[in-house]
Design a binder for this molecule. Structure first.
Ligand code: ATP
Ligand code: MG
Length: 418
């Protein structure tokens, strides 16, 4: 991709309405655009990152036998009434269209979670123990009327969620699957470069049992967690009891954290409300036991920026970077066009080798180009200038390190293909 052709541009300006690091860098770097409080566009660069996050999530969730589907966002009132959640604070309700005023079918709540919809589907396909277990997930936009949207992508009113739902014949089978999901989540967050702590917390209106959150220690987080690095103990402030950590001598630490994932054993609350039952081996009718498991990909995107940046901008982990390499042409006076020609040739060669490259072909000053490269945070920066041409080399700098290396083109391609 040539940088001169990007739909969005970088900006020097700090946004006054945004206090968080992720919002500032993502806005300035041309990754997102703000539409209203807690509502953002993912510009092409931001979408590239989000899709890499989603790809990792899909690979790991598919690996534990769940199938992807896509449920509606527009969800009729009757579904929410069945579970008793038509009255929750966060639900956005559609206002009745004028021509349909008298039709009660016209009332919808925008999807803020999908237990109701998946339950209404599952009841059609689950009849016998032979139909169990089952698991399905989606990656979809959720809507929540958050009282205080804040910290950029960390708390939005419209945001992306991966929500997975599982259906089981017994508590043991749910427990086993729950462990599988925990492992899948560990793989996901590791691949995303995020160090997570698993913390117990309350189940809200879902369940009386503890649920588990995947938390990233970070001062931008809204949660406070108590944890032990030695024994793996973790509890959210909401439920923290010091005596729960009695068996370990290591002192408890606490810190602010961002909740990137949350998993629940739902039990039979929704299967009862929606009548999801099955005939067991003895021909007895039993309610299906459910679990639900969320990750917020847009919150994850914001968290990655909170975790990986310096004073100049973002430092993307290789696994989610919008491009692998930022090729910066510094043509200076370059009266005979030699530098441009060499940069173009390298660009084409990288593309041919399936390396994702953003080529800064813009007519801009050296300072502007290098500052933008730091702001945008692509992991490998390659400079081509009269100086590098004279040395018959290219200059490679890893974002976040101070050192630059003069290497050959062949060496570069080898490094990038590793
Ligand atoms: P929180 O405690 O932060 O309000 P939650 O417990 O209500 O979130 P869930 O309903 O479990 O969240 O949603 C699953 C995941 O979706 C969360 O772990 C988080 O990553 C993401 N998420 C939830 N609310 C938001 C939001 N307003 N903006 C961005 N991501 C969100
Ligand atoms: Mg939560």
């Amino acid at each position: 991709m040539k940088q001169s052709q990007l739909f969005a541009k970088t900006s020097r300006k700090l946004s006054e309405s945004e206090a968080s690091k992720n919002a500032q860098f993502l806005l300035r770097g041309g990754f997102i655009d703000k539409s209203s409080a807690g509502v953002y566009t993912l510009l092409p660069l931001g979408l590239r990152v989000l899709e890499k996050i989603n790809k990792i999530i899909r690979e790991e969730i598919n690996a534990i036998g769940a199938e992807e589907l896509l449920m509606p966002s527009l969800i009729q009132k009757k579904y929410w009434e069945k579970s008793g959640r038509w009255g929750v604070d966060v639900i956005y309700k559609t206002s009745t269209g004028t021509e349909n005023k008298d039709k009660k079918d016209f009332e919808y709540g925008l999807g803020w979670t999908h237990e109701e919809v998946i339950s209404a589907i599952a009841v059609k396909f689950i009849n016998s123990y032979k139909d169990l277990p089952k698991a399905a997930y989606q990656i979809q936009t959720k809507f929540r009327a958050e009282a205080r949207p804040q910290a950029g992508l960390l708390r939005g009113r419209e945001f992306s969620m991966k929500d997975l739902y599982s259906f089981h014949e017994s508590k043991e089978d749910l427990d086993n699957y729950y462990e599988k999901v925990i492992n899948a989540y560990k793989n996901i967050f590791k691949r995303l470069g995020l160090k997570t702590l698993i913390c117990e917390t309350g189940g809200g209106d879902f369940t009386k049992e503890y649920t588990h959150e995947f938390q990233v220690l970070n001062p931008a987080g809204e949660d406070t967690i108590f944890y032990c690095e030695k024994c793996g103990f973790g509890q959210n402030q909401e439920v923290y009891k010091p005596e729960a950590h009695k068996n370990c001598k290591n002192p408890i630490q606490s810190g602010r954290a961002i909740e990137v994932g949350n998993i629940f054993k739902l039990g039979i609350k929704f299967s009862e409300a929606f009548g999801i039952s099955f005939l067991n081996k003895n021909g007895e009718k039993k309610p299906v036991i459910m679990g639900s498991y969320g990750i917020g990909p847009t919150r994850v995107l914001g968290t990655i920026v909170e975790e990986f940046s310096d004073e100049y901008g973002i430092i993307w982990p290789e696994t989610v970077a919008p491009f692998q390499v930022h090729l910066v042409e510094l043509s200076g006076k370059d009266s005979d066009g030699k530098v441009t020609k060499a940069a173009m040739a390298l660009y084409e060669k990288l593309v041919k080798n399936d390396i994702e490259v953003l080529y800064d072909d813009r007519d801009a000053s050296t300072g502007e180009k290098l500052n933008d490269a730091d702001l945008m945070g692509i992991p490998n920066r390659v400079v081509i200038s009269e100086k590098t041409l004279a040395a018959k080399k290219i200059e490679l700098k890893i974002r976040g390190s101070k050192k630059t290396d003069l290497i050959s083109e062949a060496e570069l391609i080898k490094i990038l293909q590793k």
